[in-house]
Ligand binder design. Structure first.
Ligand SMILES: Nc1nc2c(ncn2[C@@H]2O[C@H](COP(=O)(O)OP(=O)(O)O)[C@@H](O)[C@H]2O)c(=O)[nH]1
Ligand SMILES: [Mg+2]
Ligand SMILES: [Zn+2]
Length: 352
């Protein structure tokens, strides 16, 4: 299992305390519709789902980049028989008017939120990514790339401080290599899995390339050849750096919709707001026009920044849409189930 340990197997098993896995295990490196590139003990393999999984799973529950799987070796194709439990999922609300959640990648330790220090820098977007990462139970870290384009880092630190969050911030440039050493030495740990998120054009792929080459790409031993020695051309989204870190590069996401699960604790997602919200007169205070609202008082006194407050309201409104719609779907699902039951029982009666 030495090869797979490089891809975090040992860490994964320890995290999940999984025992008794006797079958072939692999991790998903990339997904293209229902075709998967997986890394196995013997190298890369193209894989597909068993017919059974293909039919029984909802498409949104199909394997994602980062998933650990069980598979059967079938000629030179892997047949995926089982998706192993995930210790984390990064998800968002699906793009557009579809209010359901979409898992982007799984088994991730830390989200790197990348913004470019050009016109891309956007405080509201930062807050959105941070809140969603926390809602997914994954630690976010901010990476501000293209710092060769700016003079005054303090300005950006000050802007981000308005979000009133305890979050690490790294500046870097893939052009001058500024900050790259710091990211390598302070941030990236062996066997941990990271994901880059951020708009297209912020420099995610450049950053990955810089880190990859910086580590001299000592990953060649797991070559592009599968067990039978045939070469496969593969696109990858999950990369192994030679220091043992794993990084997922996502293709640009134009939208990153908020989708908190209902059981998620808002105290964790918006700590400073929650801290004051506890002191509001009304339990269901919306912090917009109620009397004796501690959040509005804190806004007035400057203890909560206007930026924070505005971002909070905006995200909570989106969240409400998501949540209502999720409930609606459940309700409609139940109604439909009732209708079907009713239909079947009348049909039976009529047959009698
Ligand atoms: N000035 C500057 N440009 C950068 C830097 N990193 C990336 N770029 C440029 O930004 C553009 C988008 O980079 P890319 O890595 O493809 O971004 P991605 O879409 O997030 O993967 C390219 O033209 C890069 O050359 C940087 O540190 N400084
Ligand atoms: Mg890219
Ligand atoms: Zn209030």
């Amino acid at each position: 299992m030495e090869n797979l340990n490089k891809y975090g197997l040992e860490y994964y098993i320890n995290t999940l305390k999984l025992e008794g896995i006797n079958n072939n295990i692999a991790r998903v490196l990339s997904v293209s519709k229902t075709q998967y590139t997986i890394i196995t003990e013997n190298g890369l393999l193209k894989a597909e789902l068993t017919g059974n999984l293909l039919n029984s799973l909802n498409t949104e529950d199909y394997p994602k980049v980062g998933d650990w799987l069980e598979y059967i070796d079938f000629d030179s194709t892997g047949i995926i028989t089982k998706i192993l439990p995930r210790y984390s999922e990064l998800y968002r609300k699906k793009a557009g008017r579809d209010f359901s959640k979409q898992v982007i990648a799984t088994n991730i330790d830390c989200v790197f939120i990348v913004q470019g220090l050009d016109s891309n820098f956007n405080i509201m977007r930062l807050e959105r990514y941070i809140a969603q990462s926390i809602a997914c139970g994954i630690k976010p870290i901010i990476i501000l790339n293209k710092c060769d384009l700016i003079e005054d880092k303090q300005f950006y630190l000050k802007e981000i401080s308005k979000l009133q969050r305890d979050i690490e911030i790294y500046f870097c440039s893939t052009l001058t290599n500024e900050g790259i050493e710091e990211i390598k030495n302070k941030l990236l740990k062996s066997a941990e899995t990271y994901i880059f998120v951020g708009s297209s054009g912020v420099g995610k792929s450049s950053l990955l390339n810089t880190l990859f080459n910086n580590y001299k790409q000592a990953t060649q031993e797991i070559s592009n050849a599968n067990a039978k020695g045939k070469h496969t051309t593969t696109s990858r989204e999950l990369f192994l750096l030679s220091n043992g870190s794993l990084i997922i590069d996502t293709p640009g996401m134009r939208e990153f919709g908020i989708a908190f699960e209902d059981n998620k604790d808002l105290d964790d997602i918006f700590p400073i707001i929650s801290q004051y919200a506890k002191k509001c007169k009304y339990k269901d205070c919306t912090h917009t026009n109620e009397a004796n609202c501690a959040v509005l008082d804190a806004l007035e006194s400057g203890d909560i920044s206007q930026t924070k407050y505005d971002a909070y309201l905006k995200l909570m409104r989106e969240q409400e849409h998501y949540s209502e719609s999720a409930h609606d779907k459940k309700r409609k699902g139940k109604q439909l189930a009732k209708m079907v039951k009713g239909y079947i029982s009348t049909k039976k009666k009529n047959q009698l």
